[in-house]
Ligand binder design. Structure first.
Ligand code: UD1
Length: 373
């Protein structure tokens, strides 16, 4: 592909920084716009910030900074966002501002830019689906909403058919499943995706929304208790603390290695076949939280049994695994890193870090608000 001037918002972050490296590697001219949120970047500029990219420290809500960051840019990866699901349920203003307003400010500049931006790729999330898709033996495919509180209070964790109450089995979630975001974070991700797709189409700016599933890998903010379960449990184990498992640990997710997320982004830049569409980026493989915990503790050589706390988090889904047919067919995407290989690679890096374990405080904060019960 010809060398392009590219802006990566959130380019100092976990996914953004890997993306910057890959783009620089391919000879593109890359500019980063990142505000270095202190919850993620406790020590300021991270070591992994690519010195071959231009760095602007600034807020995506700041119109003047965004204008400057867009100068001469031909393609944009919009990765900047506040990412704590639980935290978004009480720091509503902060999440809506960064994610909704930030995207709005960016888009206002993007749509008036001449020559037109050639590609806009926005980081969306599986969180916008709510529960994944399921199959009922008698009713066929069903798209249930969250389990109700009465069911959860009885600690009946598995999904039941909304029509006949029979047990459901998870099936691959396709992009056309109805969206039921269950947190403020998820609503803002849906907004980001739709703002970009709708304006992209209206102004003829080729736009792709990549719906990331549960991403893990090096550079994930280990001390940030609001990131995903792999980072949280690695940091617990490293501090000789037992991982705390909600529900019964049999809930499943589609864990996708960050390098596969980067692969999908590069393909979305290079091909026009996914323009104006949302595309799932996962692996199509479901893994239970217990299995992940076992891989992590084994890998770190810690004989610490997880503690099954039996409580549940408000808004948590039971199962969601990606159907990746669209990514395969339109992008030519194929996940390359299996969890058995990805976790050891993550742990090699984790061992060099000294994360502080802040999970107890973060969980207490959720419990005080009845968001874990
Ligand atoms: C959520 C978001 C997703 C986001 C991710 C990381 C939804 C539906 N999805 O995913 O977009 O990328 O957060 O920010 O909102 N768990 C424990 N103990 C812990 C932490 C988690 O048992 O200390 C369990 C959770 O209850 C859940 C599973 O692990 O069942 C996965 O949790 P998490 O990694 O937070 O991701 P999601 O909730 O799937």
């Amino acid at each position: 592909m010809e060398k392009t001037n590219i802006l990566v918002t959130g380019g100092a972050g976990f996914i953004g920084s890997h993306l910057v490296d890959a783009l620089v590697e391919r000879g593109h001219r890359v500019r980063i716009l990142d505000s270095l949120v202190s919850q993620v970047h406790e020590n300021g500029i991270p070591e992994h910030l690519n010195p071959r990219a231009e760095f602007i420290q600034g807020d995506v809500c700041d119109r003047a900074v965004v204008e400057r960051a867009l100068d001469g840019v031909e393609a944009i990866f919009h990765e900047a966002a506040e990412v704590g699901v639980g935290q978004s349920m009480y720091e509503v203003d902060r999440y809506v501002r960064a994610n909704d307003l930030g995207t709005a400010v960016l888009l206002e500049s993007v749509i008036k830019r001449q020559p037109k931006i050639k590609k806009l790729i926005v980081a969306s999330s599986m969180s916008i689906y709510g529960e994944g898709a399921y199959r009922c033996a008698s009713c066929g495919t069903v798209n249930p909403q969250l389990r109700d509180d009465a069911q959860l209070r009885e600690r009946r964790w598995e999904m039941e058919c909304p029509t006949c109450k029979a047990p459901l089995s998870p099936s691959g979630t396709t992009e056309d499943k109805p969206l039921f975001p269950t947190s403020v974070y998820a609503i803002t991700k849906q907004d980001q995706e739709q703002f970009c797709l709708v304006l992209g189409r209206a102004y003829g700016i080729p736009t792709v929304a990549l719906r990331y599933f549960n991403v893990y890998g090096t550079r994930q903010a280990l001390s940030n208790p609001y990131t995903g379960v792999c980072a949280i449990f690695s940091s617990r184990l490293l501090n000789d603390q037992r991982p705390l498992i909600f529900e019964d640990g049999e809930q499943t997710r589609d864990f996708v290695h960050v390098s596969d997320i980067i692969q999908a982004n590069l393909l979305a830049l290079e091909t026009d076949r996914a323009n104006y569409l949302p595309v799932n980026v996962g692996t199509g493989v479901a893994t239970s939280i217990r299995e992940v915990t076992a891989l992590l503790s084994e890998g770190l050589g810690k004989k610490l049994e997880p503690e099954i706390v039996g409580k549940y988090r408000e808004g948590d889904i039971r199962h969601c695994v990606a159907d990746i047919s669209r990514a395969r067919n339109l992008l030519g995407y194929e996940p390359r890193v299996k969890l058995e290989a990805g976790i050891p690679e993550l742990l090699t890096w984790v061992r060099e870090q000294s994360p502080k374990d802040d999970v107890a405080r973060a969980t207490a904060e959720l419990e005080t608000r009845q968001l874990v019960r």
